[in-house]
Design a protein around this ligand. Structure first.
Ligand SMILES: NC(=O)c1ccc[n+]([C@@H]2O[C@H](COP(=O)([O-])OP(=O)(O)OC[C@H]3O[C@@H](n4cnc5c(N)ncnc54)[C@H](O)[C@@H]3O)[C@@H](O)[C@H]2O)c1
Length: 329
């Protein structure tokens, strides 16, 4: 297959490009480099700089690629994704995430690309009452970021019905880790997330890790979340693209490990690997007690399963960050 990857210079996009190339596919990366890095683009992928808000440029690239064979599947990773920023700049988020997808879909329809793999998020579920999220659950996002992704999912559904565009929508849970080569990994810090905060503490960039709340209704009182290794996630995208290409039908699938780990359990596993200090702090506003993925559909429809565990995520994330620190010294 030839795959067009919008946002392929970013964290998850670059790992997916590596897995597509390992699986023998041809890859074209399209990115405005707003948060991505040219250095993260696999040397065997062709790179075009451009914005998804610019449908004319996307059409130009897709037409130019046609000379060596039309694109079979497009992927969309090109979004803004920082929840607190989405609260302070909602209009920027609607512009990039919703209008950006619309522009890209216009370009795909015009150039007759029929398949798209799309990155959505567990944030579309909002405060799930059950704790374990199923794809058919009610979606009630509690922040503008989640709202933009839900609007995108609905746009894909209607565009599918009107233009015959097949979509594979993946709702990711907490993504962590780095490629085994350590050539790519997470370059920036999402400091609302647990694993980046642990890494800062292990690398001496923060004095202590704070565990926010130990009085939740969970076995050890700390919040429970679902963590998935970025390489397992990237491999699911290869299967999703192949599914669209072969089956020509749409799919909506959770991607997580299907296991819940409490914050304390993650801290305990990290403490076996690295030295760092932590303390308990009051609850943060807006943190539900439990949020995990039910991944039956991904297992059944894509014959996919997560292989790498929490230790792999923590160790590879740490090793990649250490490598970055050594290079910058
Ligand atoms: N990282 C996570 O934990 C997580 C969780 C759930 C969902 N997601 C979703 O996964 C996708 C990828 O996230 P990531 O962590 O790799 O983020 P990232 O910021 O590393 O990657 C996004 C990439 O898209 C590019 N981009 C952004 N806006 C663009 C535009 N208008 N035109 C062209 N390129 C543009 C950026 O330069 C970057 O390379 C996003 O859609 C995000 O919402 C991520």
């Amino acid at each position: 297959m030839k795959v067009f990857v919008a946002g392929g210079a970013g964290y998850i996009g670059s790992h997916t490009v590596y897995e597509l190339i390992r699986a023998g596919h041809e890859v074209v990366v399209y990115d405005n480099l707003s948060t991505g890095r040219l250095g993260a683009v696999h040397p065997k992928a062709r790179f075009y700089e451009g914005d998804i808000l610019d449908k004319g440029r996307i059409i130009e690239v897709l037409n130019c690629e046609r000379a060596t064979g039309a694109v079979d599947v497009a992927m969309h990773f090109a979004a803004k994704l920082i929840v607190p920023e989405s609260v302070s700049q909602p209009l920027e988020y609607y512009h990039n995430n919703v209008e950006g997808l619309r522009q890209m879909l216009v370009a795909l329809v015009e150039t007759e690309v029929k398949n798209i793999v799309f990155s959505s998020t567990a944030a579309v579920y909002g405060d799930s009452e059950r704790g374990e999220c199923f794809e058919d659950d009610l979606t009630l996002p509690i922040n503008p970021y989640g709202e933009t992704k839900l609007a995108d999912e609905r746009m894909l559904k209607w565009a599918g019905e009107a233009y015959g565009l097949n979509s594979c929508i993946f709702r990711y849970f907490n993504v962590a880790g780095a490629d085994a080569t350590l050539e790519i990994g997470l370059d920036k810090d999402q400091l609302t997330h647990l694993i980046p905060l642990i890494m800062q503490a292990t690398l001496g960039l923060r004095e202590k890790l704070s565990i926010f709340g130990n009085d939740y209704p969970t076995p050890d009182g700390t919040c429970i979340r679902d963590y998935i290794h970025v390489t397992d996630l990237a491999k699911a995208h290869v299967l999703g693209a192949e599914y669209l290409y072969q089956q020509q039908e749409s799919l909506l699938v959770n991607l997580g490990s299907g296991k819940g780990y409490s914050v304390k359990e993650v801290v305990d596993v990290a403490s076996q690997l690295f030295d760092f200090a932590y303390e308990y702090a009051p609850r943060r506003a807006g943190d539900p007690a439990k949020l995990t993925a039910n991944i039956t559909r991904a297992r059944e429809q894509l014959a996919w399963q997560p292989i790498l565990g929490l230790k792999d995520m923590l160790q590879s994330d740490h090793d990649y960050r250490q490598k970055l620190l050594e290079v910058s010294r």
